[in-house]
Design a protein around this ligand. Structure first.
Ligand code: GLU
Length: 323
């Protein structure tokens, strides 16, 4: 890594729905982290999964981020070091990484049924069961693989994890250690329909986009060792990881865009001002004590990772009450 390079961070939303308060929270924190350091902010559309992502959601995300007062230096609308900034246009790069891992004997086809596998193009979020793969297809001979491929034609492809044990220090959650064969087993890097898995794509993208600070939701903390393993195999130094505690609804469930409530669009439609949302997020982030209308750039001076909560933040009905 070039020591003179300015830090590079990113916000990498999946356009599978409208932007949610939880996405706004991580977007704001990632933006503040990079702006505080005078670095470069990248917006990457993680529209890898054609089954779930829609162009209108990507447009909505851009609109919502801009409305909130967040900007970026590189993105789909302003190419920088590593265009394209849409995963749907980067398959060649994922293919090259996939081939290089395959040439080293690290990848094998898996014929286990859909019921045994979950969809892997999207990021696994906390609370969603993550089965450890049994290794059923790991030992198939070349002949058995060829026979099965001639009948089934399609296979998912898994990366062998062997005895890999990954340690890293998260800037908020502290030291982490995972033995991959106990946490997930050999994991899918390409789905049986040919779509590359999130775990592979996110590493290829962050590496090519020279990202050295990844601030994202704590639901992805458990995926990080898998990603570091890929960073190592592909020969790049992993970035600094900062996982932000999640915002939770009053019932303890994750504020997810899939719930439909509390989208930025809905709040905006009810007359809530972007400054009110930013002010409330700043209270939850420990940056100010009482909610007051603020723009993101007014928080740069007071931002510090040390102030962020270490536990999930239960947001209850705070913003709904503003409507
Ligand atoms: N696209 C992922 C999501 O929306 C985030 C991936 C990441 O930040 O690594 O959950």
């Amino acid at each position: 890594m070039d020591l003179n390079q300015k830090p590079r961070g990113r916000f990498a939303p999946s356009p599978s729905g409208r932007m949610h308060l939880g996405n706004a929270w991580t977007a704001l924190l990632a933006w503040l982290d990079i702006r505080k350091l005078g670095g470069t902010m990248v917006l990457r559309m993680e529209d890898l999964d054609p089954d779930r992502c829609r162009p209108q959601f990507a447009e909505g995300l851009v609109e919502d981020l801009q409305w909130l007062g967040l900007d970026w230096d590189e993105g789909p609308d302003r190419p920088g070091v590593a265009a394209s900034y849409k995963q749907s246009e980067r398959s060649d790069l994922y293919q090259a990484a996939f081939d290089s891992l395959g040439q080293r004997g690290l990848v094998y086809p898996c014929f286990c049924s859909r019921a045994e596998l979950r969809s892997v193009a999207s990021a696994p979020h906390a609370g969603e069961a993550e089965p450890v793969y049994s290794g059923r297809c790991a030992g198939l001979s070349m002949t058995e693989q060829a026979e099965k491929l001639s009948v089934r034609r399609q296979a998912a492809y898994r990366l062998r994890v062997g005895e890999a044990e990954i340690s890293f220090t998260d800037q908020l959650f502290g030291p982490q250690r995972q033995k991959l064969n106990q946490s997930c087993g050999d994991f899918v890097i390409r789905r049986s329909d040919g779509v590359y898995a999130y775990q592979l794509a996110v590493v290829v993208d962050d590496a090519m986009m020279q990202i050295d600070r990844v601030l994202r939701g704590a639901d992805l903390l458990a995926s990080t060792p898998r990603q570091i393993y890929l960073w190592q195999l592909l020969g790049y130094p992993p970035p600094t990881f900062i996982h932000a505690p999640l915002l939770l609804a009053a019932d303890g469930s994750r504020l997810s865009k899939r719930q439909g409530s509390l989208t930025i669009e809905a709040l905006r439609g009810s007359g809530v001002r972007p400054e009110q949302i930013i002010g409330q997020l700043a209270v939850w982030a420990g940056l100010i004590e009482q909610p007051e209308p603020l723009r993101p750039d007014e928080l740069i001076d007071v931002f510090s990772l040390d102030k962020l909560p270490r536990e999930p933040v239960v947001v209850g009905d705070t913003l709904t009450n503003l409507i």
